[in-house]
Design a protein around this ligand. Structure first.
Ligand code: ZN
Length: 509
């Protein structure tokens, strides 16, 4: 009985399907969408069709014309193509597509019509935009869609007003070359162009009622983005740098005169963005880098245990988000740790380490470090041990730039904004240690050029919880209960810091 009913309804279904296909294919080849690339003269005609009141476009045809590779499996209706070095796969009859192995979902399945796969035009535009950064705009006069192959997409623009100038940071979606940028000024306007970039104009345009930067304007042309920054006063002393590792452009505008009356006001503005809701915990070393060690006791294991204990406490009692640079015994390059901190929008960065000293078994105690402004050779030497992990990293060249005077000044300029906060936290940490770690002693606050702290745009400290080279301290560090005490000290210090900071922000409203 079941068989007869199904075969009847199947017949009807097949009939309807054939009629639809005939109808569609008829309309289909009469229609096309004109697409022109900004960098090419020819206009391409891509098959399109009106289906269910929408305009649909032929994926086969588009990918054959604009993709670098094209392959279709007619048995399974799978199209594979490569566009801008990304592998993209579409499945006929399915609402899923894949880009570089990752699965994405469409609101409606891709239709199989005739010999091709069709996708709603609006969805097609969205895919181009989100995966390939292409911009596609309709030009009414020539009835053509203009596809601009913007190479880079510029995102958030951060204006940091500093005591001695202004640092403007522009985040890009990928690294690009400095040669693509141009900077110049007239009077109090600073202009900056990036070739081959695109930007969301509406989100970029801004006006400020206070501070040195009063306005940000953006113009998108076919080939570039032009950003204009209006300053309160005329400017003359500026430069810019492109950090290829963090895909960030930093424009540095220095003040002619030293002090500005409304520094306090500006700082308040900046601080209001810093409610402490995300804390980044960095267990030093890991994986092939054991840190300092004594027998089987390794720094990487001690600090990971402390950090995990600390994270648990913070999460449980402070209701903050914790970001760990590592939760396992894994090697993480130094640059990546700060990058992770910045990317996660961290408001506090705490790096935990164990100290060691040669030929001085008697030395013991805790030390908490801030990032030192560039200067004394001594400060750099102190950090040499922790920085020496770089030799284990594959791409060592990246630090050459980081430690070049220019980059360092830029990085510490950003960090200087949080120097006071970092110092407060460091003080609280050392006070807690003194109170709780009876067998240790606080060796106080110090400054050094730890690479792991460079470039973190948030208050950050590096704490050395004791000397593995001291017998008593070593025995203590090997004990879980002692490590809990350290975690508890850090927890109370952070708690106190957070309460004070948040009060400053919300209280001064
Ligand atoms: Zn270390």
């Amino acid at each position: 009985m079941r068989g007869r009913i199904i075969s009847k309804s199947n017949k009807i279904k097949i009939f309807i399907l054939i009629s639809i296909i005939l109808l569609i294919t008829n309309v289909l080849f009469a229609d096309s969408v004109k697409i022109k690339r900004t960098s090419f003269d020819e206009t391409e005609y891509i098959f399109s069709s009106q289906l269910y009141d929408y305009e649909w476009i032929s994926l086969n045809h588009f990918l054959k014309t604009f993709g670098d590779e094209f392959d279709i499996d007619y048995d399974n209706w799978i199209i594979k193509s490569v566009v801008k070095d990304k592998k993209i796969t579409f499945y006929g009859g399915s609402a899923f597509y894949k880009v570089d192995g990752k699965l994405y979902h469409l609101p409606a399945p891709i239709e199989r019509v005739g010999n091709g796969l069709y996708i709603p035009f609006a969805e097609f535009v969205r895919i181009l935009k989100i995966h390939f950064y292409n911009k596609i705009e309709y030009n009414k006069e020539i009835d053509t869609y203009i596809l601009s192959p913007a190479e880079y997409s510029l995102g958030i623009i951060k204006v940091n007003e500093l005591r001695n100038g202004t640092m403007i940071q522009i985040m890009a979606d990928k690294a690009f070359r400095k040669e693509y940028c141009k900077i110049w000024n007239t009077g109090n306007w600073l202009y900056f162009t990036v070739l081959g970039a695109s930007i969301d104009i509406d989100k970029t345009k801004k006006k400020y009622s206070r501070g040195d930067v009063r306005e940000i304007d953006a113009i998108q042309t076919k080939e570039s983005v032009q950003l204009s920054f209006k300053f309160r006063n005329n400017i003359s002393n500026y430069d810019f740098d492109v950090n290829e590792k963090s895909n960030t452009i930093s424009i540095n505008v220095r003040k002619a005169k030293a002090l500005v009356p409304n520094v306090v006001e500006n700082n308040k503005d900046i601080r209001s963005k810093w409610l402490i809701d995300t804390i980044v915990l960095d267990a030093g070393h890991g994986g092939k880098d054991p840190g300092t060690s004594y027998g089987r006791l390794k720094e990487k294991d001690i600090v990971l245990d402390i950090v995990l204990k600390l994270g648990e406490l913070l999460e449980k009692y402070l209701d903050v988000k914790i970001v760990y640079t590592r939760k396992t015994d894994k090697f993480i390059p130094l640059w990546k740790r700060t990058q992770m901190a910045n990317a996660s929008n961290g408001k506090l960065f705490v790096s935990v380490h164990v100290n060691a000293i040669e030929n001085s078994a008697a030395t013991f105690g805790t030390e908490t470090y801030l990032l030192a402004p560039r200067g004394t050779k001594k400060a750099i030497d102190i950090a040499a041990v922790e920085n020496s992990v770089i030799r284990l990293e594959e791409n060592q060249g990246r630090y050459k730039d980081m430690l070049s005077p220019q980059q360092y000044i830029l990085a510490t300029m950003a960090q200087r904004e949080f120097m006071k906060e970092s110092q407060e936290l460091a003080k609280l940490v050392e006070t807690q240690y003194s109170g709780r770690l009876k067998q240790s002693k606080s060796r106080g606050l110090r400054q050094a050029s730890f690479i792991v702290l460079i470039g973190a745009s948030m208050p950050c400290i590096l704490t050395e919880v004791g000397f593995i080279t001291n017998k008593n301290e070593r025995i203590n560090l090997a004990r879980s209960s002692y490590r809990s005490k350290i975690a508890l000290s850090l927890y109370y210090a952070i708690k106190k810091f957070k309460i004070e900071q948040d009060k400053k922000i919300t209280g001064s409203g």
